[in-house]
Design a protein around this ligand. Structure first.
Ligand code: AMP
Ligand code: GLY
Length: 427
């Protein structure tokens, strides 16, 4: 089987790593890939948003299955394009990808099918918004409707802050057309968790729950980032909660897909808030999460190629997806300055010493430069360890991190601490 993976971050490295050198996988390409991916797959110099070039590559090389990492190509309709040309691809069609591409669309879907979520209002323009805001006293969350690379959401402490962010989105066009419609919603209290699932439109197979660490600094301080680390399985999601999520979220989600005639053969990501009233959906993503994928796919015991093939062929109910009874923890190493401006081209030292049988160093923003591997992005590496407990995975991951260095590197020292008892903490 010949497989093409689209994207070039840590998530895509984890996908490539799960597929590489596995039975049945004869050839593996990644477009555009990165330095680490290049050791496990053949990198192709095509950007993830160049749909035409990606299609031509897949057709000319007789690719049997394409796996899409990032959201933009999905929202732009890459799945429709490939399928129209007779090529198998993992992901929702353009219409179904609006579950991530438009927050108002996602909220309407949740409302229509009774999926628990925060109370909300859709703001169509600034003038109406000024009136609508009078009903939103106290804390609220203001969100640009469209894709804004995770930056279009602000938790506002009061009406004045909400008004100001609304103005930034709608008048100053902070995120361009993504903010021409805005969603305002109730601020939920609780702890966040991620549940991703394989979905063929009829059957949904959940992956182990995980937790991301979105803030830059220890103790959940500092600005939001793409994610500074993750762990799985998340002890927060007990088997009782799993059953509740199945009943109140998965079942109505599948019903919605069927009734709306959405062709959804891909990965669905449920961003959840576990509130005192039960789990509620904060957002859908129509793809694997990043960095969550770096802790979830290493736990997969079945062949990823087989599972994804079943997804595309709508035979997910026929396969048994097995998971290792282990724990995974990932520490993201980033460039100083991230999520703002940062330097690129810094030589990375210690990579080979950092790998071990229980540790995989996933590359996010790296590039080959002569004999060196250098930094090429904000998030540079994701160091993932497997262990028999979350604590041992954490200790192993940090041991590996201590071997790695590059100028101005930053990383959080408390990944997993909220799930590991205090007396178990290092240092
Ligand atoms: P979203 O992209 O919609 O998931 O929002 C990004 C982040 O904003 C989430 O991961 C939460 O940390 C926060 N957030 C979003 N919606 C809410 C909400 N209704 N209540 C509290 N926090 C939220
Ligand atoms: N970790 C959040 C995301 O992938 O969007």
């Amino acid at each position: 089987m010949k497989i093409l993976v689209i994207g070039g971050g840590g998530r895509e490295h984890a996908i490539v790593h799960a597929l590489a050198r596995k039975p049945g996988v004869e050839q593996l390409w990644c477009a555009p890939g990165n330095a680490g991916i290049g050791k496990e797959a053949e990198c192709v110099a095509i950007e993830a948003d160049n749909l035409r070039a990606l299609f031509n590559f897949a057709r000319d090389n007789k690719v049997d299955l394409t796996v899409v990492g990032p959201e933009s190509p999905l929202v732009d309709g890459i799945v429709d394009h490939f399928r129209a040309g007779g090529l198998a691809i993992v992901g929702p069609t353009r219409t179904a990808a609006r579950l991530e591409g438009s927050k108002s669309f996602a909220k309407q879907f949740m409302h229509k099918y009774g999926i628990p979520t925060a109370r909300y209002d859709v703001i169509p323009n600034l003038q109406k918004g000024a009136y609508q805001l009078t009903h939103w006293n106290g804390r609220s969350v203001v969100k640009a409707d469209g894709l804004a690379a995770g930056k279009g959401v602000k938790v506002c402490q009061n009406q004045a802050e909400a008004k100001d962010f609304l103005y930034q989105l709608m008048e100053k066009e902070l995120f361009g057309a993504a903010g021409s419609t805005v969603v305002i919603e109730e601020c939920l209290d609780g702890e966040e968790a991620t549940v991703m699932a394989f979905c063929d439109g009829k059957t949904l197979v959940p992956m182990p729950a995980s937790q991301d660490h979105k803030r830059l600094q220890d103790g959940d301080e500092g600005p939001n980032t793409g994610g500074m680390g993750a762990f799985a399985p998340a002890p927060l999601i007990t088997s009782k909660l799993e059953s509740e999520i199945e009943k109140t979220i998965f079942q109505p989600f599948l019903k919605g897909l069927a009734e709306e005639h959405f062709d959804y053969r891909g990965i669905i990501y449920f961003g959840l808030m576990i509130t005192p009233q039960g789990p509620k959906v904060l957002e859908f993503n129509v793809r694997f999460g990043d960095p969550e994928t770096q802790v979830v796919l290493p736990l997969l015991d079945s062949s990823l190629a087989d599972v994804l093939t079943a997804v595309v062929q709508q035979k997910l109910s026929e396969v048994k997806v097995r998971w290792k009874k282990q724990h995974a923890l990932c520490v993201v190493m980033a460039s100083g300055g991230y999520p703002g401006a940062y330097e690129k081209g810094e030589t990375i030292h210690g990579l080979s010493a950092a790998s071990s049988p229980s540790v995989t160093v996933y590359h996010a923003g790296t590039q080959v430069h002569g004999k060196d591997i250098v930094t090429a992005g904000g998030r540079v590496l994701g160091v993932t360890a497997l262990g028999t407990s979350l604590e041992s995975a954490r200790d192993e991951a940090y041991r590996s991190v201590s071997h790695i260095s590059f100028a101005d590197m930053i990383f959080r020292k408390d990944i997993g601490s909220r799930a590991i008892p205090v007396q178990g903490r290092a240092g």
